[in-house]
Design a protein around this ligand. Structure first.
Ligand code: GLA
Length: 402
């Protein structure tokens, strides 16, 4: 019954999408968007100067060249909606177009934030009833990415649906589609990122409303318990991912100080295995070598950005040990052996359980080390809360390219 309701909602939504919208939502974000967003570090204490400085550091730290392309302004840029109907930035953002020009000149793109409700989560003005105007304003100012945060639309949904989940989903799809159509009508390619915390199974209908990505979870926090609960809860969601359409278990906390190296490696590995958008959220101005070694690990980024665009998933869990795999475009396989337990643990991986019958070439992506040809069982020692991340290849030559 529920499946049939979802299917008919898909049909309604697809029929409503304009041809232009369908083309755009299928050509943007063909690999998971990578970038930086101010919220995890600055919350709402942001300004033009901080965004410019983030753009500078994205370049000088090597983040841009590693693929982090979007500099995203979160909640806190908004001022009042003027008599012209347009939401003007507050006085910390004197000239949004000039800011976009600055970011673009660095070879980066600029993202912004709004809500389908009258107010954002931080109590600023949202796009409710002004979708077309706001989309035009974003496009005119050179915006390349919109994070659209449900927040104050939730009470509207509740009043409309009166506890009926199908009605709630239907209305939520409608309001998201409204902004999608407004964005596409501007003619500017703008990545469309839904932030509704995974309500109403966003992953099942995200593509139908033209979204390039959708949050699948509540907000992340900079501690292992929260990050791991959100990350490992993604098991079973891989089938909803395809090029242009990504599950988003929220932004990265790598480098914010609340987790140790093993835990941040788990964070980055898991997000890459499931093809999640990589949105860094740390203070770029004080990024240390350990943080750089995680965020800028190109072998791990290559897993996240693999052009096949198929997400990985959990193959099995044995107590605290979880094994996740992801198929890659050249026939390789990425494998994460995670230890969610509180003690370092030896792990004997029976390769047949991940579908490998013959010896394969293996590379350890955190140690940056080729392990040669490995056969079953593959033995490793996985630190508490840590991961061993491998790239396996069935090719005949003896090396896996770095
Ligand atoms: C919500 C979102 C966060 C952030 C804040 C801003 O909580 O989930 O990612 O955008 O709002 O107020």
């Amino acid at each position: 019954m529920q499946v049939r309701i979802i299917q008919s909602l898909f049909l309604i939504a697809f029929a409503t999408l304009t041809a232009e919208a369908q083309v755009n939502s299928q050509t943007l974000a063909l690999t998971p968007p990578m970038g930086w967003n101010d919220y995890n570090h600055y919350n709402m204490d942001i300004s033009d100067a901080k965004i410019r400085s983030a753009a500078d550091w994205m370049v000088s730290s090597g983040m841009r060249d590693a693929g982090y392309a979007y500099v995203n302004i979160d909640d806190g840029w908004e001022g009042e909606r003027g008599v012209d109907g347009i939401p003007h930035p507050n006085n910390r953002f004197p000239d949004m177009k000039a800011l976009a020009d600055y970011v673009h000149a660095k070879g980066l793109r600029l993202g912004i934030y709004s809500s389908p409700g009258p107010e954002t989560c931080g109590g600023m003005v949202g796009s409710y009833g002004h979708e077309a105007q706001d989309a035009r304003m974003f496009a005119q100012r050179g915006i390349d990415y919109l994070k659209y945060d449900l927040c104050s639309y939730i009470p509207i949904l509740k009043a409309y649906s009166k506890g009926d989940p199908a009605k709630s989903r239907e209305r939520e799809m409608e309001v998201h589609l409204k902004m999608e159509n407004a964005l596409r009508a501007t003619g500017r390619p703008i990545v469309y990122s839904l932030c509704q915390y995974g309500r109403d199974m966003s992953w099942a209908w995200g593509p139908a409303v033209g979204a390039n990505m959708w949050r699948t979870t509540a907000d992340i926090k900079d501690n292992y318990d929260r990050m791991s609960v959100l990350g490992f809860s993604q098991a079973g969601l891989s089938r909803y991912v395809s090029p242009g359409h990504w599950n988003d278990p929220d932004m990265l906390e790598v480098g914010n100080g609340g987790m140790n190296r093993d835990e941040y490696q788990t964070h980055m590995s898991l997000w890459s295995l499931i093809a999640a958008p990589l949105t860094a959220g740390n203070d770029l101005t004080t990024m240390n070598d350990e943080t750089k070694s995680i965020l800028l690990n190109r072998e791990v980024i290559a897993i996240d950005q693999d052009v096949l665009g198929r997400a990985g998933d959990r193959v099995y869990a044995d107590g605290p040990i979880e094994v996740w795999t992801r198929p890659l475009a050249n026939g390789d396989m990425a494998v994460g052996i995670f230890n969610r337990g509180d003690y370092q643990s030896p792990v004997e991986l029976d390769m047949a359980r991940i579908g490998i019958q013959h010896p394969v070439l293996a590379r350890d992506l955190w140690a940056h080390k080729s392990l040669g040809r490995v056969s079953t069982p593959f033995n490793s020692v996985v630190p508490k809360h840590g991961v061993v991340l491998l790239r396996l290849s069935q090719r005949d030559d003896d090396r896996i390219s770095e």
